[in-house]
Design a protein around this ligand. Structure first.
Ligand SMILES: O=C(O)CCC(=O)C(=O)O
Ligand SMILES: [Fe+2]
Length: 318
């Protein structure tokens, strides 16, 4: 497998500082491009004007994340939860060059406060407020992208409720990667290749690049996430729902150079009891026979936990 500088499309959902109006001709055209990028590459880059995510929110988030990861290792390690991928993962984890925290639905409930209060017993309102705002902006953005996908396929409007269902829960992951001081590797894979268990994932980063996606021709493509932008990745759930038309892209993080990398991931997910069912418009007997039987997200997630790389295959029906 080589690497390649193939360009991944970069879109802007605003014009003159204003969001494209839903239903306008420009919005419809953009929806087609978004759909094509999700089919061909399984991802696209997005410039985020203040209308989409205020620049100050991202700046505050990364400032707060630095303070979080700067906490003593013993404090961080006390953050243990029952659900997989939510614990603090640090030096003792199977991926020791990355540290991460995972938090569910930080915008809906008191989860952001509970998380901040756990790590800072005296509380940390600036942290929890920023986390809430950041997540709610990204959840709004993921819904917008899902509506564009429904539009991009010309599906009837009632499929907007599928978009809502597939976006009904969210998981925020806060990540820090570092290179190994001992190693003289020029390139360090700090997060191994995987697909995401989400409907779609939005990644924001602070300054340092490192995310790579695997092209359909098996070449690793280094992403250049714009300074004021994000990358949107198709997850396994969109691949299943679209009967395999949208591509759940394999990705990994490779660090070059000595700089640490901070990133924030929003995983838009269905709630566990949501049924994922391929729309009949995506099925025909010749080219697109039904590829995935209906399943509940919770069933799929159990399969992901036991074997992430083949989680979706369990639900294949051809
Ligand atoms: O940090 C990144 O850029 C990607 C993280 C990622 O792929 C994940 O957490 O699933
Ligand atoms: Fe990922």
């Amino acid at each position: 497998m080589g690497s390649e500088n193939m360009t991944i499309p970069c879109f802007d959902l605003c014009k003159g500082g204003m969001r494209l109006e839903e239903g306008s001709e420009e919005w419809k055209e953009m929806s087609k491009k978004v759909r094509e990028a999700c089919e061909n590459h399984g991802c696209f880059l997005l410039i985020c004007d203040d209308e989409i995510i205020p620049n100050t929110v991202c700046k505050d988030m990364f400032h707060n994340m630095k303070a979080l990861f700067d906490l003593p290792e013993e404090t961080k390690q006390q953050y243990v939860t029952a659900k997989p991928y939510r614990n603090y993962n640090g030096k003792n984890s199977p991926i020791p060059l990355s540290e991460s925290f995972g938090i569910d639905d930080t915008f809906l409930s008191d989860n952001a406060e509970a998380f901040a209060n756990f790590l800072w017993p005296q509380g940390n309102p600036p942290f929890s407020e920023t986390l809430k705002t950041m997540t709610s902006k990204l959840v709004e953005l993921s819904f917008l992208v899902l509506k564009m996908i429904v539009e991009g396929y010309g599906l009837p409007q009632h499929y907007i409720s599928d978009a809502e269902n597939m976006n009904s829960s969210s998981f925020s992951r806060l990540m820090k990667y570092r290179v190994d001081d001992e190693s003289d590797n020029e390139h360090e894979t700090v997060l191994p290749a995987h697909t995401d268990s989400s409907t779609l994932t939005i990644i924001c980063q602070k300054d340092v690049q490192g995310l790579e996606v695997l092209s359909k021709t098996d070449k690793w493509i280094e992403l250049e996430i714009p300074h004021d932008g994000v990358v949107v990745l198709v997850g396994d759930i969109l691949q299943a729902w679209s009967n395999g038309r949208l591509h759940s892209v394999k990705h990994r993080v490779v660090l070059k150079g000595e700089k640490e990398r901070y990133s924030f991931g929003l995983f838009a997910n269905p709630k566990d009891d949501i049924n994922i069912k391929v729309p009949e418009e995506f099925v025909d007997n010749q080219i697109h026979p039904l590829r995935y039987r209906p399943f509940k997200y919770g069933e799929y997630f159990d399969s992901y936990v036991s074997n992430a790389l083949e989680a979706l295959e369990v639900f294949e029906c051809i």
